[in-house]
Design a protein around this ligand. Structure first.
Ligand SMILES: N[C@@H]1[C@@H](O)[C@H](O)[C@@H](COP(=O)(O)O)O[C@@H]1O
Length: 290
Protein backbone atom coordinates (compact mmCIF):
# COMPACT_ATOMS: atom_id res chain seq x y z
CA UNK A 1 0.00 0.00 0.00
CA UNK A 2 1.15 3.53 -0.69
CA UNK A 3 0.24 6.49 1.48
CA UNK A 4 0.54 9.94 -0.05
CA UNK A 5 0.14 12.87 2.33
CA UNK A 6 -0.79 16.35 1.16
CA UNK A 7 -1.34 19.52 3.18
CA UNK A 8 -5.09 19.88 2.72
CA UNK A 9 -8.17 18.55 0.96
CA UNK A 10 -7.55 20.81 -2.06
CA UNK A 11 -4.10 19.43 -2.77
CA UNK A 12 -5.36 15.90 -2.17
CA UNK A 13 -8.00 16.51 -4.86
CA UNK A 14 -5.35 17.93 -7.22
CA UNK A 15 -3.21 14.83 -6.77
CA UNK A 16 -6.01 12.33 -7.29
CA UNK A 17 -7.51 14.11 -10.31
CA UNK A 18 -4.09 14.23 -11.97
CA UNK A 19 -3.51 10.57 -11.07
CA UNK A 20 -6.82 9.51 -12.63
CA UNK A 21 -6.09 11.59 -15.71
CA UNK A 22 -2.71 9.90 -16.15
CA UNK A 23 -4.21 6.44 -15.68
CA UNK A 24 -6.94 7.03 -18.25
CA UNK A 25 -4.51 8.51 -20.79
CA UNK A 26 -1.97 5.68 -20.30
CA UNK A 27 -4.71 3.10 -20.75
CA UNK A 28 -5.57 4.50 -24.21
CA UNK A 29 -9.24 3.52 -23.92
CA UNK A 30 -11.36 2.75 -26.98
CA UNK A 31 -15.07 1.87 -27.35
CA UNK A 32 -14.04 -1.82 -27.44
CA UNK A 33 -11.65 -1.46 -24.50
CA UNK A 34 -13.05 1.25 -22.21
CA UNK A 35 -11.41 2.39 -18.99
CA UNK A 36 -13.69 1.08 -16.22
CA UNK A 37 -13.67 3.13 -13.03
CA UNK A 38 -15.54 2.74 -9.74
CA UNK A 39 -16.66 6.00 -8.13
CA UNK A 40 -17.78 7.19 -4.69
CA UNK A 41 -20.11 9.90 -3.42
CA UNK A 42 -19.80 11.98 -0.26
CA UNK A 43 -18.03 15.28 0.33
CA UNK A 44 -14.54 13.76 -0.03
CA UNK A 45 -14.58 13.30 -3.84
CA UNK A 46 -16.25 16.64 -4.64
CA UNK A 47 -12.91 18.41 -5.21
CA UNK A 48 -11.69 15.56 -7.41
CA UNK A 49 -14.83 15.73 -9.55
CA UNK A 50 -14.48 19.51 -9.86
CA UNK A 51 -10.95 19.11 -11.20
CA UNK A 52 -11.93 16.27 -13.55
CA UNK A 53 -14.63 18.54 -14.97
CA UNK A 54 -12.00 21.27 -15.50
CA UNK A 55 -9.68 18.81 -17.26
CA UNK A 56 -12.52 17.72 -19.51
CA UNK A 57 -13.56 21.32 -20.20
CA UNK A 58 -10.04 22.40 -21.15
CA UNK A 59 -9.76 19.40 -23.48
CA UNK A 60 -6.94 17.58 -21.69
CA UNK A 61 -9.11 14.59 -20.71
CA UNK A 62 -12.03 12.79 -22.32
CA UNK A 63 -14.53 10.39 -20.76
CA UNK A 64 -15.92 9.20 -24.11
CA UNK A 65 -14.38 5.77 -23.61
CA UNK A 66 -14.77 5.60 -19.84
CA UNK A 67 -17.35 3.39 -18.12
CA UNK A 68 -18.31 4.13 -14.52
CA UNK A 69 -19.78 2.04 -11.70
CA UNK A 70 -20.87 3.88 -8.59
CA UNK A 71 -20.29 2.31 -5.22
CA UNK A 72 -23.68 2.63 -3.66
CA UNK A 73 -27.17 4.12 -3.56
CA UNK A 74 -29.84 4.62 -0.92
CA UNK A 75 -32.85 2.32 -0.99
CA UNK A 76 -36.23 3.93 -1.52
CA UNK A 77 -35.08 7.47 -2.19
CA UNK A 78 -36.57 8.74 -5.47
CA UNK A 79 -33.91 8.82 -8.17
CA UNK A 80 -34.39 12.58 -8.65
CA UNK A 81 -34.28 13.36 -4.91
CA UNK A 82 -31.50 15.95 -4.41
CA UNK A 83 -29.68 13.61 -2.00
CA UNK A 84 -29.88 10.46 -4.10
CA UNK A 85 -26.48 9.34 -5.32
CA UNK A 86 -27.88 9.53 -8.85
CA UNK A 87 -28.48 13.25 -8.39
CA UNK A 88 -25.14 13.70 -6.68
CA UNK A 89 -23.19 12.09 -9.50
CA UNK A 90 -24.99 13.86 -12.30
CA UNK A 91 -24.77 17.25 -10.58
CA UNK A 92 -21.12 16.98 -9.58
CA UNK A 93 -19.67 15.12 -12.53
CA UNK A 94 -21.58 13.41 -15.30
CA UNK A 95 -23.57 16.32 -16.68
CA UNK A 96 -20.38 18.40 -17.03
CA UNK A 97 -18.24 15.85 -18.90
CA UNK A 98 -18.39 14.09 -22.25
CA UNK A 99 -19.29 10.63 -20.91
CA UNK A 100 -22.02 8.84 -22.91
CA UNK A 101 -24.97 8.37 -20.49
CA UNK A 102 -25.10 4.65 -21.32
CA UNK A 103 -21.59 4.32 -19.88
CA UNK A 104 -22.80 5.38 -16.43
CA UNK A 105 -23.84 2.64 -14.00
CA UNK A 106 -25.50 3.41 -10.68
CA UNK A 107 -27.38 0.90 -8.53
CA UNK A 108 -31.16 1.27 -8.62
CA UNK A 109 -32.31 1.61 -5.03
CA UNK A 110 -35.94 1.53 -6.20
CA UNK A 111 -35.74 -1.80 -8.04
CA UNK A 112 -38.64 -4.18 -7.32
CA UNK A 113 -36.18 -6.95 -6.58
CA UNK A 114 -33.19 -5.45 -4.79
CA UNK A 115 -31.28 -8.71 -4.62
CA UNK A 116 -31.66 -9.22 -8.37
CA UNK A 117 -30.49 -5.64 -8.93
CA UNK A 118 -27.31 -6.37 -6.95
CA UNK A 119 -26.66 -9.55 -8.94
CA UNK A 120 -27.26 -7.69 -12.21
CA UNK A 121 -24.72 -5.06 -11.14
CA UNK A 122 -22.00 -7.61 -10.33
CA UNK A 123 -22.65 -9.36 -13.65
CA UNK A 124 -22.40 -6.08 -15.53
CA UNK A 125 -19.05 -5.31 -13.91
CA UNK A 126 -17.87 -8.76 -14.98
CA UNK A 127 -19.13 -8.17 -18.54
CA UNK A 128 -16.52 -5.39 -18.82
CA UNK A 129 -13.77 -7.63 -17.50
CA UNK A 130 -13.80 -6.01 -14.06
CA UNK A 131 -12.90 -2.57 -12.77
CA UNK A 132 -9.55 -1.01 -13.61
CA UNK A 133 -9.47 1.55 -10.80
CA UNK A 134 -11.84 1.85 -7.86
CA UNK A 135 -11.85 5.28 -6.22
CA UNK A 136 -13.30 5.29 -2.72
CA UNK A 137 -13.93 7.46 0.29
CA UNK A 138 -14.55 6.30 3.84
CA UNK A 139 -16.88 7.05 6.70
CA UNK A 140 -15.49 8.05 10.12
CA UNK A 141 -16.01 4.43 11.22
CA UNK A 142 -13.74 3.24 8.42
CA UNK A 143 -16.47 1.93 6.13
CA UNK A 144 -15.80 1.85 2.42
CA UNK A 145 -18.89 2.30 0.21
CA UNK A 146 -21.63 1.24 2.68
CA UNK A 147 -19.67 -1.71 4.04
CA UNK A 148 -20.33 -0.98 7.65
CA UNK A 149 -18.24 -2.40 10.52
CA UNK A 150 -18.56 -6.18 10.64
CA UNK A 151 -19.10 -6.56 6.89
CA UNK A 152 -17.50 -9.58 5.33
CA UNK A 153 -14.27 -8.60 3.67
CA UNK A 154 -15.30 -10.88 0.80
CA UNK A 155 -18.76 -9.37 0.45
CA UNK A 156 -20.35 -8.66 -2.92
CA UNK A 157 -22.98 -6.13 -3.97
CA UNK A 158 -25.96 -6.42 -1.65
CA UNK A 159 -28.55 -4.67 0.51
CA UNK A 160 -27.14 -3.23 3.75
CA UNK A 161 -28.66 -1.69 6.84
CA UNK A 162 -26.82 1.50 7.69
CA UNK A 163 -24.99 1.80 11.00
CA UNK A 164 -26.45 4.41 13.35
CA UNK A 165 -23.15 6.33 13.18
CA UNK A 166 -23.48 6.54 9.39
CA UNK A 167 -27.09 7.68 9.64
CA UNK A 168 -26.01 10.46 12.02
CA UNK A 169 -23.03 11.37 9.80
CA UNK A 170 -25.24 11.58 6.71
CA UNK A 171 -28.06 13.52 8.42
CA UNK A 172 -26.15 16.70 7.44
CA UNK A 173 -27.37 16.07 3.86
CA UNK A 174 -31.00 15.77 5.05
CA UNK A 175 -31.30 19.05 6.93
CA UNK A 176 -29.82 17.46 10.05
CA UNK A 177 -32.92 15.29 10.42
CA UNK A 178 -31.88 11.73 11.26
CA UNK A 179 -35.40 10.44 10.52
CA UNK A 180 -35.09 11.51 6.89
CA UNK A 181 -31.93 9.49 6.23
CA UNK A 182 -32.75 6.19 4.49
CA UNK A 183 -31.88 3.23 6.68
CA UNK A 184 -31.05 0.84 3.85
CA UNK A 185 -28.66 1.08 0.93
CA UNK A 186 -27.39 -1.00 -1.94
CA UNK A 187 -23.64 -1.20 -1.94
CA UNK A 188 -20.82 -2.94 -3.72
CA UNK A 189 -19.06 -5.34 -1.37
CA UNK A 190 -15.56 -5.10 0.04
CA UNK A 191 -14.74 -8.01 -2.28
CA UNK A 192 -16.14 -6.10 -5.25
CA UNK A 193 -13.82 -3.17 -4.50
CA UNK A 194 -10.83 -5.44 -3.85
CA UNK A 195 -11.34 -7.19 -7.20
CA UNK A 196 -10.48 -3.94 -8.98
CA UNK A 197 -6.99 -3.94 -10.45
CA UNK A 198 -6.22 -0.79 -8.46
CA UNK A 199 -7.84 0.86 -5.43
CA UNK A 200 -7.40 4.55 -4.54
CA UNK A 201 -8.91 5.91 -1.33
CA UNK A 202 -9.39 9.57 -0.34
CA UNK A 203 -9.16 10.23 3.40
CA UNK A 204 -9.35 13.84 4.53
CA UNK A 205 -10.21 15.65 7.73
CA UNK A 206 -9.58 15.12 11.43
CA UNK A 207 -12.83 13.14 11.77
CA UNK A 208 -11.25 10.37 9.67
CA UNK A 209 -7.97 10.30 11.66
CA UNK A 210 -8.80 7.25 13.78
CA UNK A 211 -10.03 5.34 10.73
CA UNK A 212 -6.83 6.19 8.83
CA UNK A 213 -4.69 4.95 11.74
CA UNK A 214 -6.70 1.71 11.90
CA UNK A 215 -6.35 1.29 8.15
CA UNK A 216 -2.59 1.92 8.02
CA UNK A 217 -1.13 0.87 11.36
CA UNK A 218 -3.31 -1.98 12.53
CA UNK A 219 -4.28 -5.33 11.06
CA UNK A 220 -6.90 -6.19 8.49
CA UNK A 221 -10.13 -6.06 10.43
CA UNK A 222 -13.79 -6.29 9.45
CA UNK A 223 -14.62 -3.59 12.01
CA UNK A 224 -12.68 -1.10 9.83
CA UNK A 225 -13.56 -2.42 6.42
CA UNK A 226 -11.24 -0.07 4.52
CA UNK A 227 -8.32 -1.93 6.16
CA UNK A 228 -8.90 -4.70 3.59
CA UNK A 229 -6.82 -2.64 1.16
CA UNK A 230 -3.71 -3.84 3.01
CA UNK A 231 -4.11 -7.09 1.12
CA UNK A 232 -4.54 -5.42 -2.27
CA UNK A 233 -1.56 -5.66 -4.64
CA UNK A 234 -2.02 -2.10 -5.91
CA UNK A 235 -3.55 0.30 -3.44
CA UNK A 236 -3.06 3.97 -2.74
CA UNK A 237 -4.39 6.12 0.08
CA UNK A 238 -4.21 9.87 -0.39
CA UNK A 239 -4.81 11.84 2.80
CA UNK A 240 -4.37 15.35 4.16
CA UNK A 241 -2.38 16.44 7.22
CA UNK A 242 -5.51 16.61 9.39
CA UNK A 243 -6.27 12.95 8.74
CA UNK A 244 -2.78 11.94 9.99
CA UNK A 245 -3.42 13.22 13.52
CA UNK A 246 -3.71 9.72 15.02
CA UNK A 247 -0.78 8.21 13.07
CA UNK A 248 2.59 7.68 14.70
CA UNK A 249 5.12 10.32 13.72
CA UNK A 250 7.38 7.53 12.43
CA UNK A 251 4.58 6.27 10.15
CA UNK A 252 4.12 9.71 8.62
CA UNK A 253 7.88 10.13 8.19
CA UNK A 254 8.22 6.69 6.66
CA UNK A 255 5.63 7.26 3.94
CA UNK A 256 6.92 10.79 3.28
CA UNK A 257 10.42 9.39 2.87
CA UNK A 258 9.20 6.88 0.29
CA UNK A 259 7.73 9.69 -1.73
CA UNK A 260 10.93 11.68 -1.39
CA UNK A 261 13.03 8.80 -2.69
CA UNK A 262 10.61 8.34 -5.55
CA UNK A 263 10.79 12.06 -6.40
CA UNK A 264 14.59 11.87 -6.38
CA UNK A 265 14.44 8.91 -8.78
CA UNK A 266 12.15 10.85 -11.06
CA UNK A 267 14.61 13.75 -10.92
CA UNK A 268 17.42 11.41 -11.99
CA UNK A 269 15.22 9.80 -14.56
CA UNK A 270 14.55 13.24 -16.03
CA UNK A 271 18.31 13.67 -16.25
CA UNK A 272 18.41 10.46 -18.28
CA UNK A 273 19.90 8.25 -15.55
CA UNK A 274 17.05 5.79 -15.80
CA UNK A 275 16.84 5.69 -19.58
CA UNK A 276 13.92 6.62 -21.74
CA UNK A 277 10.97 6.57 -19.40
CA UNK A 278 7.89 8.66 -20.02
CA UNK A 279 6.45 11.16 -17.56
CA UNK A 280 3.59 8.97 -16.25
CA UNK A 281 6.24 6.75 -14.61
CA UNK A 282 5.75 9.14 -11.73
CA UNK A 283 2.48 7.39 -11.02
CA UNK A 284 3.35 3.84 -11.97
CA UNK A 285 6.89 3.23 -10.76
CA UNK A 286 6.49 2.31 -7.15
CA UNK A 287 9.92 1.79 -5.57
CA UNK A 288 8.44 0.47 -2.33
CA UNK A 289 5.34 0.70 -0.22
CA UNK A 290 3.16 -1.49 -2.40
N1 LIG B 1 -21.63 5.65 1.28
C1 LIG B 1 -20.87 6.84 1.41
C2 LIG B 1 -19.41 6.48 1.38
O1 LIG B 1 -19.09 5.92 0.13
C3 LIG B 1 -18.57 7.71 1.66
O2 LIG B 1 -17.23 7.38 1.59
C4 LIG B 1 -18.93 8.24 3.02
C5 LIG B 1 -18.08 9.41 3.46
O3 LIG B 1 -18.61 10.62 3.11
P1 LIG B 1 -17.80 11.97 3.22
O4 LIG B 1 -16.81 11.95 2.13
O5 LIG B 1 -18.85 13.01 3.02
O6 LIG B 1 -17.20 11.99 4.57
O7 LIG B 1 -20.30 8.64 2.96
C6 LIG B 1 -21.22 7.60 2.67
O8 LIG B 1 -21.32 6.76 3.75
Amino acid sequence: MRLVIRSDAGTVADYIAEYIKQRIIQFEPTPEKPFVIGLPTGSSPVGVYKRLVQLCTDGSLSFKNVVTFNMDEYVGLPRDHPESYHSFMWNHLFKHIDIPPENVNILNGNADDLQAECERYEAKIQSYGGIELFLGGIGPDGHIAFNEPGSSLQSRTRVKTLAYETIIANARFFGGDVSKVPKLALTVGVGTVMDAREVVVIITGANKAIALAKCIEEGVNHMWTVSAIQTHPRSLVVCDDDATLELHVKTVRYFKSIEQVQDEMIGRENLGLYGQVAGPLRYTAIPSGN
